[in-house]
Design a protein around this ligand. Structure first.
Ligand SMILES: Cc1ncc(COP(=O)(O)O)c(C=O)c1O
Length: 452
């Protein structure tokens, strides 16, 4: 037979690099993986999870509903607790009425944080997928940061979507470049294919930058400006996966202080941009800050996207695992979630320091690297001309020496408007033990010295 029965999507979808990287990490015991974004094993909250699950399974009255299917949008109590949690992250615990002596721009109606706009998902990954599915047809365009979360690029590839890359700078997206990309799409008649921009706004994966609140305001203004020509709304999909993993312990910066923000701390989400919440889709998660194995994430979505995504979720799995949702109900309500996040922030700050010292000691001076203020990653640049890509000598030599990193090139979208850089690497301190961080960086340093 000439053809197989696979759909276009089935044929088009290649093996996502994430599957290869996680398989390599788990199947070679001697390999030190500084690649996949696994979290810290030693601090996974076994006792906290046991207590929460014991509470849930203590009696048939609480246990049976948790062991039953739930509703598609998610458990109502978890949705309410999550909405409150998010409001607290944005507003530092203050009610989100217009704060005294603040201008009109900080008047955000509390309905934005209503649980009725919030959907519980199987990790935030599912929300990213379903949102893209709900908004984009084959051939549509999604604007992405350059570089961006490579697993999201796999979604675009699989669904036959095109990406346009927007330059990143130290405090987030380069808005002038965003405007010029939108202008050029308008000129070429392709603006109507642009449905959204995808932004990893806190301690960005892979390079670690945090988008300033003012930039979120400017970005939403720009999208609005081009909507008329596009003929439909253009959404911001804000992925806040690393938001709570701030080393300074400041997972929140109240809106009232956002203007005074100087460094890349943790500004409010784009939901807090006045008058713009109908264009913001916020993706949050409980996995990175608590337990990646308890795959629960959430989204806040405006209509009509909320309903469309809920219907799609109905077809995917008609509801996230109820037992896991109950785990988070207990962990959030008892405060054990918050206490764990505080401990985790210190732990990652420490592991990042360990990695920094190892890099300082072992990497050749020709390698440039930056120090993250949260999240799980360092980003390093080799001199131009020395490739770090999947097919490069650096990568294969590193593998031979039992150390794995994420080649920077896979974090760049296919975009003919620029050449794809291939001389960078993402290095994670999330999962490796302190000993392995030191040893892994030592091995990587040795490999780099060979080529430099
Ligand atoms: C930027 C980003 N977004 C989303 C996710 C998905 O996380 P989860 O599905 O565990 O919530 C990840 C996981 O690594 C990520 O790095």
């Amino acid at each position: 037979m000439k053809t197989n029965a696979l759909s276009k999507m089935g044929q088009r979808t290649t093996e996502p690099p994430i599957s290869w990287l996680t398989h390599a990490a788990l199947s070679r015991p001697k390999l030190i993986s500084l690649a996949a974004g696994f979290t810290d094993n030693a601090s996974l909250p076994v006792a906290e999870a046991r207590t929460a699950l014991n509470q849930v399974l203590r009696s048939p009255k609480t246990g049976q509903p948790a062991l039953q299917y739930g509703i598609t949008a998610g458990d109502t109590t978890l949705r309410q607790l999550t909405a409150r949690h998010l409001q607290k992250l944005d507003w530092g615990g203050t009610p989100c009425r217009r704060p005294k002596n603040q201008g009109r721009r900080h008047a955000v109606p509390p309905e934005i944080y209503s649980f009725e706009r919030l959907l519980i998902t199987s990790g935030s990954q599912q929300l990213l997928y379903m949102t893209t599915e709900a908004l984009c047809n084959e051939g549509d365009i999604v604007l992405v940061e350059d570089p961006t979360y490579f697993v999201y690029l796999s979604i675009l590839q699989s669904r036959g979507l095109r990406a346009r890359a927007v330059r990143l700078e130290r405090d987030g997206l380069n808005l002038a470049h965003l405007e010029s990309v939108l202008q050029s799409l308008k000129r070429s008649g392709e603006l109507r294919r642009v449905k959204m921009i995808y932004l990893v706004s806190y301690f960005q994966n892979p390079i670690g930058v945090t988008t300033r609140f003012e930039k979120k305001c400017g970005l939403l203004k720009l999208l609005k400006k081009f909507e008329r020509a596009a003929g439909h709304p253009i959404y911001l999909l804000e992925d806040a996966a690393y938001r709570e993993l701030s080393f300074s312990g400041r997972a929140d910066l109240p809106v009232s202080q956002a203007d005074q923000q100087v460094g890349p701390t943790s500004p409010p989400s784009a939901l807090a941009v006045p008058g713009a919440a109908d264009r913001v889709i916020y993706a949050g998660t409980f996995t990175k800050p608590f337990a990646t194995g308890a795959r629960v994430g959430y989204g806040v979505l405006p209509e009509p996207v909320f309903t469309a995504v809920k219907h799609i979720k109905g077809n995917h799995d008609f509801g996230t695992a109820n037992l896991l949702q109950q785990l988070f109900v207990r962990a959030l309500a008892s405060g054990s979630y918050g206490r764990h996040v505080a401990r985790l922030q210190k732990r990652y700050a420490h592991k990042a320091r360990v990695m920094k010292l190892a890099i300082k000691k072992h990497f050749p001076p020709a390698v440039e690297w930056g120090e993250p203020e949260g999240g799980l990653y360092f980003w390093a640049r080799l001199p131009h001309g020395l490739s770090s890509g999947m097919k490069s000598k650096v990568f294969s030599t590193a593998l031979k020496n039992d150390v794995l990193y994420v080649p920077g090139e896979i974090c760049y979208a296919d975009d003919a408007a620029r050449r794809k850089p291939n001389h960078e690497m993402r290095i994670s301190f999330g999962n490796a033990s302190e000993k392995n961080i030191r040893e892994g960086i030592k091995r990587l340093g040795k490999v780099l010295r060979k080529f430099l």
